[in-house]
Design a binder for this molecule. Structure first.
Ligand code: PLP
Length: 412
């Protein structure tokens, strides 16, 4: 390239860099009037770095995605190796793709016996969609029951079952024959009948600001589903992969779902979702119609290779076993009279404050000091903390000093 051309191209790059923010606002479809708009150029472990070199401790892990931290070397290596072998080959389910097969084997080895067949999707919402279709197909019924304040994704089927009318209303008509019940309500269980194809529930409601079910209630839910021949779908998209202190959230309640939904941390930082059920159920997708559920990219080999490596890291580094110790440290360091309550299930934590405006003030003050936190869809008066499970006690202490000071500075 000539010196003149070289200079011109450098200038163009500089202009593009200088305008990243404007370009982001102009060309990236916006879904909020106040995006974070941080320009991160590097991520590693629990840290993010912006273009000015400012360091952030990530307390949200891409919303419970980066359980093994950002760019774990083993995950990066697995991705690179797979890229060297092959990328996309053919639509889902036709070719024997080793990363898919090995990952399905590892997942099912770590799930109860009845959850032995994995359908990989691209996202959590698609896992919700596929599972609801499977439940209708298996049961021959149409009614789907979901719970208020649950989140299952933003596609139209998933949106139909999320538990908040504010988000559903603008997009009606949605799926018919959906009933929303109160989570943790025993009377509500009466509504589950022989007409109900499935009940879909988050094992622990994440977006409600960490709302755990009563053990008695979720056991009764399981019992009622069994008695009525209704499939129980548990959404572990946010609670899976050790987030709440056990590999799967449902282990804490002594129940087993008929279908489990996975996503987020499933892909180790790459886009991947899945629904897992018994092979007898899953086989219903093979006829009437054939190809009962179709995806081009679901279970992409690079994503499966990344997810497989991430799950191995989770196990090898015994990250799940260390979750409670880290949770207790957060709880010990974050005791302040202005905190109404700190709800936590492992490293899924919600700090409840006075109101959403206070949350905004605190999260913004934290961000200035290099601590990244967030809020919850159905609990805007709570600060979300769900760091990578690899977070160190030093990082926890550093983050908590900042959060504590930010809360302390609130004027009520
Ligand atoms: C519990 C739960 N289910 C489903 C989803 C949807 O996953 P995705 O955004 O990958 O479609 C989410 C995402 O936040 C979730 O938290």
């Amino acid at each position: 390239m000539s010196a003149k051309k070289n200079k011109k191209s450098r200038k163009t790059t500089q202009t593009v860099q200088a305008n990243q923010r404007q370009l982001f606002l102009r060309h990236i479809a916006q879904t909020s009037s106040s995006p974070l708009a941080l320009e991160i150029v590097k991520a590693e472990g629990c840290k993010l770095y912006d273009k000015k070199g400012k360091e952030y401790i990530d307390l949200i892990a891409g919303i419970s995605v980066c359980n093994v931290g950002h760019r774990h070397p083993k995950v990066v290596k697995a991705i690179k190796n797979q890229v060297d072998d092959y990328l996309h080959l053919l639509v889902y389910g036709e070719m024997i793709e080793t990363p898919q097969v090995l990952y399905a084997q590892l997942l099912t080895k770590n799930l109860p016996k009845s959850l032995n067949s994995v359908y990989f999707t691209n996202s959590g919402a698609e896992a919700t969609e596929g599972a609801m279709k499977l439940a209708k197909r298996v049961s021959g019924r149409t009614q789907i029951i979901a719970f208020n304040h649950s989140y299952h994704g933003s596609t139209q089927g998933a949106l139909s079952v999320i538990g908040d009318e504010y988000w559903r209303n603008a997009f009606r008509p949605l799926l018919p024959d959906i009933l929303h019940l109160d989570y943790n309500s025993s009377e509500a269980l009466e509504e589950i009948t022989e007409r109900t194809a499935c009940v879909i529930a988050e094992t622990i409601q994440a977006e409600k600001g960490v709302n755990a079910p009563l053990k008695k209630w979720i056991k009764a839910l399981r019992k009622k589903c069994t008695a009525t021949g209704t499939l129980l779908i548990l959404d572990e998209i946010q609670t899976g992969f050790g987030r709440t202190g056990t590999l799967w959230g449902f282990e804490q309640f002594g129940i087993v779902p008929d279908i489990i939904l996975l996503g987020k941390a499933l892909g180790g930082g790459m886009p991947l979702g899945a629904f897992v059920a018994d092979k007898k159920l899953m086989n219903q997708f093979t006829e009437n119609p054939v190809l009962g559920h179709i995806t081009t990219f679901g279970g992409h080999p690079v994503c499966c290779a990344a997810g497989l490596a991430a799950m191995k890291v989770l196990q090898k580094e015994k990250l799940v076993e260390k979750v409670h110790e880290k949770e207790y440290l957060f709880r010990e360091l974050l005791q302040h009279p202005k905190i109404k309550v700190l709800r936590s299930r492992g490293l899924l934590m919600a700090i409840e404050l006075e109101d959403s405006a206070t949350v905004l003030k605190v999260t913004q003050a934290c961000l200035k000091q290099g601590i990244l936190t967030d809020w919850f869809l159905f609990a805007p008066n709570c600060i979300r903390m769900a760091p990578p499970l690899t977070i160190t006690s030093k990082e926890i202490r550093k983050a908590c000093v900042v959060i504590y000071k930010a809360i302390d500075a609130i004027k009520i």
